[in-house]
Design a protein around this ligand. Sequence first.
Ligand code: SF4
Length: 273
Amino acid sequence: MTITIRRNKDFTDLLNINLQLRYESRRRIDDKVHVSDIIPTTCIRKQYFSRKHPEMDPISSDSMHNFIRGEASEFVITNLVNIGLAQPDIESDGIVAHPDLMVNDEVIVELKDTLSGKRLDITDEKFRSYLRQLLYYLVITDIEKGILSIRYNCKEFRWIRSDSEGDYYFKPHDGKEPGIESWSVSLPKGDISREILKNEMVRRKNLFLNALHQNDVSMLPKLSERYRGNKCTLCKYYNLCMDNSNEEADEAKEMANEIDLFDIGGVLDFKPL
Ligand code: SF4
């Protein structure tokens, strides 16, 4: 008797095809506006292009596996903790929201899953993006309390340097283990920030819809410099977006240059864990 072990490419292909179909089916092609379309840290132009020219941005293996990781984590956690309504379907002012959990109509929970080696805080754009999304949900649902819960998949590691061969990191012995960090967020009902965030959302939603209906991307701002990193250079729509015929119109330029609410003194009161 011999135990035989062979690589099973057919099964891997079957899984990949089915998962890809599932991911593909979640692509938005209609003109319903979701919170994730209009968050300032997401490129609103990219959301426009992916509706108009989905064929130019085929699904990469990386994005598909990020999708699976996020879906799996969210599914397991929402089922295991069993503390509220998972992914309620909410719409307000023409904006669709699916917060991860809503507990007794009193608390919104947003679950995030990340491969980040650094434990995130308010100084990180990723953390600010998560926070913005949660705040949008609090505004849409008229709820005051939120929880942002971030699951780190790997032990803490730090970047040392990059060269032509790649990036170099190290894992300190005293680095934090994989795990979850949660943050309480409070947005009181009478707070002026609530009104400012609502105006921001509705304005971005209207601009996005107008651009879609008029087939005119120039109405939309490019991704703000501070959020770009290498997002623009890796973007499949780079040439189309940077083409002179698609330069930003005045309102788009104005929006791109606006001061972020989070950068106004006194708006955020953040205390590290
Ligand atoms: S190139 Fe940059 S600004 Fe243009 S669509 Fe892509 S991410 Fe957005």
